[in-house]
Design a protein. Structure first.
Length: 417
């Protein structure tokens, strides 16, 4: 499964890498390939399908089941190969943790209405879709790319009860100028994933959506290479342990590699859900000889098993020998009352090696904060060297990759060109 919003070069890369026979897409591809694309599938639906004879062939659990691509934020997308075991174990984890195993379902209750906004070519979107197929219910889907106004309208019109999103989506929905004119009382569950849920975001959701004040909010941590989700935190976890991404799912092991004096190091994960590897990259060392996946996330574990993500190993800026965790700076800037979104990143500097820059999106109903005001806001909240030296303050939303992850590569280029 691949991203239809890719550039022609990225599509050609994926097609050549997998040597695919057919490409199924909702629109014509903007490239010439040696494959045989199926441009029109309408004829396939003119006759009812013929059920093939039952096969007694046993399916190998470790055989490849599907291939998903990474976002490609730091280069060409990598093809992640997942086994049947991976897909099945991930669904077992989700159903077990959410209390939706078959014997726990109340078939007498109306089935849930769920809104799907995460791309289906991402492991989170695919996992959510498979869960709905297994448990039943109505799935509401958006058109085109994410739009906060469209989401609000669908929740009200369709009576959506469950909406899974990434924090960036939540921030933009809450900041929509017509938010208060929509009825969101049907919303009972709002699982978030892809990034830690800050205390500020949690407070804003609970204040603006009364139905979620005591329960229904959750946060998950996972990645394509892990075959899905690794941890989960419910409303009680998020309240008692602010900033956590939760504890491991039933068949997931976690450990921290080479922790520093604060206990922070690279998060390693081992589970039956972990990928077989990257297609065409046999030399990749993401999985060690003991089966531990090196996630690239920096984090720490508490004594009672709660995981906190402290940044990415590649989301650290080294300014004059001092390490700066971008997510820590972003969280501090985001507490300013006029700030809606923020991205901090490193750009080359002739003397320091790197310098920290920040792009801030301010609320449309509030005056734009000045650079001096933001620096003063950070004084005492972060180290002096972690205060950005250059800023861009804007009203337009931050650019995003598929799945609404902020495109820091595009933002950094604004300071280097």
């Amino acid at each position: 499964m691949a991203n239809r919003w890719w550039s022609a070069q990225e599509i050609e890369h994926a097609v050549d890498l997998l040597a695919v026979r057919h490409v199924l897409a909702d629109t014509a591809l903007p490239v010439r390939t040696s494959t045989s694309p199926l441009a029109d599938l309408r004829a396939a639906f003119e006759h009812p399908p013929v059920r093939p004879p039952a096969s007694k062939t046993e399916l190998a659990l470790d055989a490849p089941a599907l291939i998903l691509f990474t976002s490609g934020s730091s280069g060409m997308p990598k093809a992640v190969e997942l086994s049947r075991r991976s897909v099945i174990a991930n669904q077992h984890n989700i159903l077990c943790r959410s209390g939706r195993l078959p014997h726990l379902l109340d078939v007498s209750s109306p089935q849930a209405v769920s809104l799907a906004t995460t791309p289906m070519f991402h492991v989170g979107g695919l996992s959510s879709l498979l869960t709905h197929f297994l448990t039943g219910g109505k799935i509401v889907m958006t058109e085109s790319r994410f739009d906060a106004g469209q989401v609000l309208g669908l929740i009200e019109r369709e009576g959506v009860q469950v909406w899974g999103a990434v924090p960036t989506m939540a921030v933009r929905v809450l900041a929509h100028p017509e938010f208060d004119s929509f009825d969101l009382s049907s919303l009972k569950s709002w699982p978030l994933g892809g990034a830690p849920v800050t205390t500020d975001l949690l407070d804003r959701i609970q204040a603006k959506v009364p139905s979620l004040r005591t329960r229904g909010l959750s946060n998950t941590c996972g990645m394509t290479e892990a075959g899905g989700f690794l941890t989960a935190a419910d409303s009680r976890d998020l309240t008692a342990h602010p900033g956590t991404v939760g504890r491991p799912y039933p068949v997931v092991e976690l450990r921290i590699a080479d922790p520093d004096d604060r206990g922070v190091g690279e998060v390693l994960a081992r589970a039956p859900t972990v990928m077989l590897g990257y297609v065409g990259m046999p030399e990749d060392q993401s999985i060690d000889d003991d089966g531990w996946l090196h996630t690239g996330d920096l984090g720490h574990l508490t004594d009672d098993g709660y995981l906190y993500i402290d940044g990415r190993s590649k989301d650290i800026v080294i300014r004059g020998g001092e390490n700066i965790a971008c997510p820590h700076v972003e969280a501090a800037i985001a507490t300013h009352p006029a700030v809606v979104e923020v991205a901090a990143m490193g750009v080359p500097h002739a003397d320091l090696g790197e310098e920290l820059v920040a792009v801030v999106v301010h609320r449309p109903d509030a005056p734009a904060p000045t650079e001096e005001e933001l620096r003063n806001h950070l004084d005492g909240a972060v180290s002096y060297f972690a205060i950005p030296s250059r800023w861009e303050i804007r009203s337009d939303p931050l650019p995003t990759l598929a799945g609404e992850k902020v495109d820091k590569k595009a933002l950094a280029s604004r300071f280097t060109t």
